[in-house]
Every structure is written in structure tokens, then in C-alpha cells.
Design a protein around this ligand. Structure first.
Ligand SMILES: NC(=O)c1ccc[n+]([C@@H]2O[C@H](COP(=O)([O-])OP(=O)(O)OC[C@H]3O[C@@H](n4cnc5c(N)ncnc54)[C@H](O)[C@@H]3O)[C@@H](O)[C@H]2O)c1
Length: 431
């Protein structure tokens, strides 16, 4: 079995330098980073030195756990001399405001997806960062997972000939999780939440330059919001992609990915029915106002500083529920659904350890090492700040992803293909 370390990333600090990060928004996403994310974040040359939030309980827990500065005002935190870069994990609608505040105060920015809810807002974020000489990196993206980067390296090496097609398929239970209805409506179901992951992966593998998209969307009657999309995406280089994403919770495609979830944890495919039943029951038994209040309470429980106990996670599907389901003991490589890339002379797909390359001479498994998920993203900020290595996954890239999500929605509404105009190349095409 071959082994690859995904390239161009410093997995060790530059001459012992430590990147000091201030967190904006200690909610669920930050909870994943601080409590749950693959433990390799703890091994990185970064420190969480400050946080800003409106919730006192989260700030108190953070101050105690990290012996760090805490603020209720984002601008004040961004003035701290003990912060080099901020990780923005506030709600989508505040990403632009918080990026501009950070940039104005000379802080580099790692901003959660979607960068914003419109490509126009992203322009203001890019301008603020450019004007102040700081980096803007679009997080959180499964395009930065080590197997996806390795897949891109195989494509870009040209050893299998030109890329022809990408198949991306994901069925999960996002809508059935305890998101307040007001938020789900604003996010158009999962379109602007996890849609960016799938679009980032496709754009990255395909070289970045999407020409057009023709999409179709469907409804989730349980939550009364969008339930999924299918999209046919064409690239300027002649490659094409089919993307399917259904987030209603009827079925979980981890059964096609060796039981591994987007974080690489074992995910019982049976838990999606369990979670959807929980939501059906909750909505049936309560009035709309009571249900919304209960959903906010549950959301709060799952945030950093909330209850975060195993029962809450188990109740909402983060733990195995089927009798006989045996999770593997350690996380494996992360899978954002099934991703298959077809080139002229072979096919690449993910394995538990990395990749399978199906070529003319048979199947080769390539073991992949290197950081995935947010650990990889924090290292992109590190490299941008200390090693002068800009991330391809910058503001302009993030704008292209927001544009593609908007185009899916527009195409589905108008029943026609939509052309794209803000796409940027990955920049590693074979000569
Ligand atoms: N929830 C997840 O699992 C998850 C995963 C990946 C990415 N994300 C992304 O992370 C971002 C945050 O999502 P979330 O689910 O953690 O939301 P959340 O609502 O749980 O957390 C947001 C946090 O921001 C704080 N906040 C709100 N207004 C603020 C302000 N003006 N100043 C300072 N703090 C403020 C809130 O008190 C809360 O603690 C979103 O863009 C989302 O797409 C979330």
C-alpha cells in the first residue's frame, strides 16, 4: 500500500511560533472544536487565547478551561494584543460584520461556512481583509480533508489522464436535528449549511472553474423547508459533476462509506430514522411556539457551555442506536458522503485509510496521513501568517462556493441552467 502525506502543509510549527486565536461565537461549532473535534487540534502550534460571546455560561467555561481572556464585545476582543487571528463561528448573518471588525483591527480571519449568505456580502469581507493586509480563509470545508486533498493530487498529477466526472452523493438527517425552525428557514434547510462542503469538494476536485449548474430541489414536509437538491455541474475544462444531497433523515449514506461520518467517527446509519422520529414526535406533541422554545433549549444544550452530556447527543443521533452496531474504536478518515472521481484511465474513491485508485493495472490503496477538518484549516491560517503561504481556500474561493449554492437555488426556482461568473481556479492543473 502506498502512503501519501498531503503536500504543502506545515504540520509542525514554524520555528516554534504559536498562533494565538480568538474565538468569536462559542456555540455548537466552537463546541465541536473545543470538545469534540479529532484530538489532533490539541497537537497544533496554536492556542486559544480569547473568546467573545453574549452567553455568560459559555464565557465562564472558556475562561476556566483555557485560562484565557473573555469578552461580550467582539470589537474589544479584536483589540487584544494577545490575538493574532480570529475564528468566526457566530451565526451566518454576522459573518460579514465580524470579519470587518477583525480586519479593521489587524487580525487574520478564519470564518465558518457559509462565508456569508450572498456573494455581494463576501466582496465587503474580501475588501476589508485586503485593505488591512490580513488573510481571509473560508472554513469549515471538507475540501480540506486529507483524502480529498490526496484525491485532487492524483487528479492534478495527470497519471490517470483528464478528469471527466465527479459523483457526489450524501443522504443525512440535518433537518431532523434540533435546529430552531427560524434558523432552518433562513438556511434553506441544509443548502447554506452543509451544501458548501459538497460544492467545495466538487469545485476543488474539478479545478475550481464551474461554468454552469442546472439544479432541482425538493421539500421536507416535516420541517416545512427545503429537503434536498440534485445538481448537474459543468466545468470550463469539460469535466462534469452530479451532486445529490438529501438532508431529510429518511436514510443515511454512511452505509456506503464504511459506517464513517463526516468527522471520521463511526455513525450508525440506523440513527437517522431514530432522529427523524424524535423530531416528528416533538412537533406533533407541541404547539408551534412550544416546539420552537423546546428546539432553542435543545440547541443551547448542545452548544459550548451547555449540557453537552451523552444523553443529549445520543437523543439527537450522535451515538449508535441500533442493536448490534459496532462502532470502530478510533475515528477513521472523514467522509462527506460518497465521492467518486472518474478520469480517462481510472477511478478514484475514498477508503477507510485514504484512497482506492482503480486503474488499468488493478486497484491500489493509498494510505493518507495529514490533518483533516478544522485542524487542517487552523494550519492554513498558521501557514498564511507565519510561512507566507496563502491558502487557496481564501475569500475569493469562498465567494465562488456561495455563488454556486445561490445558483442551485436560482436554477431550481427558474427551471433553467445558471451560468457562474465568480469562480476561481485551484491553480494546480497539470501543464
Ligand atoms: N453547529 C454545527 O455543528 C456547525 C458545524 C459546522 C459549522 N457551523 C457554522 O458555525 C457557525 C455558527 O453555528 P453554530 O451552530 O455554532 O451556531 P450557534 O448559534 O450555536 O453559535 C453561535 C454563537 O455565537 C454567539 N453570538 C451571537 N451573536 C453574537 C455577537 N453579536 N457577538 C458575539 N457572539 C455572538 C451566540 O451566543 C452563540 O454562542 C455557522 O455559520 C455554522 O454554519 C456550525
Amino acid at each position: 500500500m502506498a502512503t501519501t502525506e498531503t503536500a504543502a502543509r506545515s504540520d509542525h510549527g514554524a520555528a516554534g511560533k504559536i498562533l494565538r486565536i480568538g474565538i468569536i461565537g462559542l456555540g455548537q461549532a466552537s463546541g465541536l472544536v473545543l470538545n469534540w473535534e479529532r484530538q489532533d487540534i490539541r497537537t497544533l502550534p496554536i492556542r486559544f487565547t480569547a473568546a467573545a460571546d453574549l452567553r455568560r455560561e459559555a464565557l465562564d467555561q472558556f475562561a476556566k478551561e483555557y485560562d484565557a481572556e473573555v469578552y461580550t464585545d467582539v470589537e474589544e476582543m479584536c483589540r487584544s494584543p494577545n490575538v493574532d487571528a480570529v475564528y468566526i463561528a457566530s451565526p451566518h448573518e454576522l459573518h460579514m460584520e465580524h470579519t470587518i471588525i477583525a480586519a479593521r483591527n489587524g487580525k487574520h480571519v478564519l470564518c465558518e461556512k457559509p462565508l456569508s449568505l450572498s456573494a455581494g456580502e463576501v466582496d465587503a469581507m474580501i475588501k476589508a481583509c485586503d485593505d488591512n493586509g490580513v488573510s481571509l480563509i473560508a472554513a469549515h470545508s471538507h475540501a480540506m480533508d486529507a483524502p480529498i486533498r490526496a484525491m485532487r493530487e492524483v487528479i492534478a498529477s495527470g497519471r490517470l489522464g483528464p478528469l471527466r466526472h465527479i459523483n457526489a452523493l450524501n443522504y443525512n438527517f440535518f433537518n431532523a436535528q434540533p435546529w430552531p425552525s427560524r434558523e432552518l428557514q433562513m438556511w434553506h434547510g441544509d443548502l447554506y449549511n452543509q451544501g458548501p462542503h459538497q460544492m467545495d469538494i466538487i469545485r476543488y476536485l474539478g479545478g475550481g472553474m464551474v461554468k454552469s449548474v442546472r439544479a432541482h430541489m425538493w421539500w421536507d414536509h416535516l420541517r416545512d423547508v427545503e429537503g434536498g437538491y440534485s445538481a448537474y455541474i459543468e466545468f470550463e475544462n469539460g469535466a462534469a459533476a452530479n451532486a445529490l444531497f438529501d438532508w431529510r433523515g429518511y436514510f443515511d449514506s454512511t452505509c456506503y462509506t464504511f459506517g464513517a461520518s463526516e468527522g471520521g467517527w463511526a455513525q450508525d446509519p440506523g440513527s437517522c430514522g431514530f432522529v427523524r422520529n424524535n423530531m416528528t414526535k416533538l412537533l406533533a406533541e407541541k404547539s408551534p411556539d412550544e416546539a420552537e422554545a423546546e428546539l432553542w433549549k435543545l440547541k443551547n444544550d448542545l452548544r459550548y457551555g451547555g449540557v453537552s452530556d451523552l444523553n443529549a447527543f445520543q437523543h439527537w443521533g450522535y451515538a449508535p442506536v441500533s442493536e448490534g452496531f459496532e462502532p470502530f474504536p478510533e475515528p477513521v478518515q472523514p467522509f462527506f458522503g460518497l465521492i467518486i472521481a472518474a478520469c480517462d484511465r481510472g477511478i478514484i474513491r475514498q477508503s477507510v485509510k485514504g484512497l482506492y485508485v482503480h486503474g488499468d493495472d488493478g486497484v491500489e490503496e493509498i494510505e493518507v496521513t495529514g490533518h483533516s477538518g478544522r485542524a487542517a484549516e487552523f494550519m492554513q491560517v498558521y501557514d498564511a501568517v507565519f510561512n507566507d503561504t496563502p491558502s487557496f481556500h481564501d475569500g475569493r474561493w469562498g465567494k465562488g462556493t456561495v455563488e454556486l449554492c445561490q445558483a442551485i437555488e436560482q436554477s431550481a426556482k427558474e427551471g433553467r441552467a445558471v451560468d457562474l461568473k465568480y469562480q476561481v481556479p485551484v491553480g494546480d492543473e497539470p501543464a
